[in-house]
Design a protein around this ligand. Structure first.
Ligand code: UT7
Length: 341
């Protein structure tokens, strides 16, 4: 699919110059935790995990390997693809629910690790939608001519907040990071539109109750497992399908693009059944859907970023192709974006 196949009026809503993804990169830790490994930890089976989620294995960071380390490795790969040096970066945004620590923010730590200048660096927390939120924020700075080069990263060490005794959640998540370098490129449409949304009324569905100011760490909070991720899986599932479909449809509507014109759909990699349900409702073909969750599980803010990097490096996306990315997560939050590559 090339630019000539879609309606150029789609670009009319742009207030400023366009913002493109000049390079992508990702990194996952070396250690692989398979479904067979999990069978030894909790009362589960490869058969249950595979049929209910599609996940076969996930990556687990080493003890001293931090979210900022994963983020740094992904960022360096994205910078290499973009042909951008650390000195050229004007802004760093990291999306994560597992920052190295509550503060300082992970973006500041990445700034130091990649050897960037003393540029503004901050985190965004929008759970699994975080990368799309961060893309939209980064894009605003490019479009407004405030900055030339923005580094956007989704990075997670979810293994640090996983209750390895809870079979309802521990089979689902993994660690990893994905990054994108944003710049204006005259030759590409770039980010054509972004749709973001949230519903705080459903905050309870997916959360980590302790560790913030509402419930600081105490011996009791630790004993109660309040520092682990919790999820109402069934309700989250329903909301994920609904929100991802409506966000994707709204993004396509705003660009006046038909789903058939999309070369590659990159959905948040939480559950194969969610991806299939979203694909079906969007009337997409299985070939359009990019899926890598069998290898990594749900990596939250890193999920779409890693998948985008893999899709690009596997040649699934060529210059001029249209991509639809769509995500959903705790908050509840959701987001979708149409990108002309
Ligand atoms: O990234 C943010 C968004 N996250 C998501 O979108 C995740 C959304 N939710 C899901 O993906 C699915 O709801 C799950 C994969 C979490 C669960 O699938 P489900 O089909 O909704 O299963 P369920 O929660 O209804 O559980 C069915 C049964 C239960 O047993 P009973 O009560 O029916 O006897 C669970 O205890 O499966 C049991 N179960 C397991 N059995 C073996 C739950 N986890 C496991 C497990 N192994 N790991």
């Amino acid at each position: 699919m090339t630019t000539k196949h879609f309606n150029p009026r789609a670009k009319h809503h742009f207030a400023g110059r366009t913002c493109s993804i000049a390079g992508v990169g990702s990194y996952v830790p070396e250690r692989i935790l398979t479904n067979a490994d999990l069978e030894k930890l909790v009362d589960t089976s490869d058969e249950w995990i595979t049929t209910r989620t599609g996940i076969k294995e996930r990556r687990i960071a080493a003890a001293g390997e931090l979210t900022s380390d994963l983020a740094t490795k992904a960022a360096l790969r994205a910078m290499e693809m973009a042909g951008v040096t650390a000195e050229q970066i004007d802004l760093i945004i990291v999306a994560s629910i597992t920052p190295d620590m509550p503060f300082p923010n992970t973006a500041c730590l990445v700034q130091q690790k990649i050897g960037a200048r003393r540029i503004p660096s901050f985190d965004i927390e929008a759970a699994c939608s975080g990368f799309i939120y961060a893309l939209e924020v980064g894009q605003q700075f490019i479009q407004s001519h405030t900055y030339e080069t923005v580094l956007v990263i989704g990075a997670e060490k979810l293994s640090a907040i996983t209750n390895w005794k809870d079979r309802n959640t521990c089979v689902l998540f993994g660690d990893g990071a994905g990054a994108a370098v944003l710049r204006h490129r005259a030759a590409a449409g770039g980010l054509l539109t972004t749709v973001l949304g949230a519903d705080g009324a459903k905050a309870e569905l997916l959360s980590m109750p302790a560790g913030g100011s509402a419930c600081p760490a105490t011996a009791e909070s630790v004993a109660q497992g309040l520092h682990f991720l919790r999820m109402d899986g069934k309700e989250t599932f329903k909301n994920a399908v609904q929100a991802m479909c409506s966000a994707a449809k709204e993004a396509l509507r705003r660009c006046q693009i038909d789903i058939k014109q999309i070369k590659c759909i990159i959905p948040h990699q939480a559950n194969r059944r969610i991806i299939d349900a979203v694909g079906e409702r969007l009337e997409a073909t299985p070939e359009q859907l990019f899926v890598n969750l069998h290898k990594y599980g749900n990596t939250s803010a890193a999920s779409v970023a890693i998948a985008l990097d893999e899709a690009v490096r596997e040649g699934r996306v060529q210059h001029g192709d249209l991509i639809l990315i769509v995500a959903f997560g705790a908050g509840l939050t959701w987001g979708a974006a149409v990108i002309e590559w």
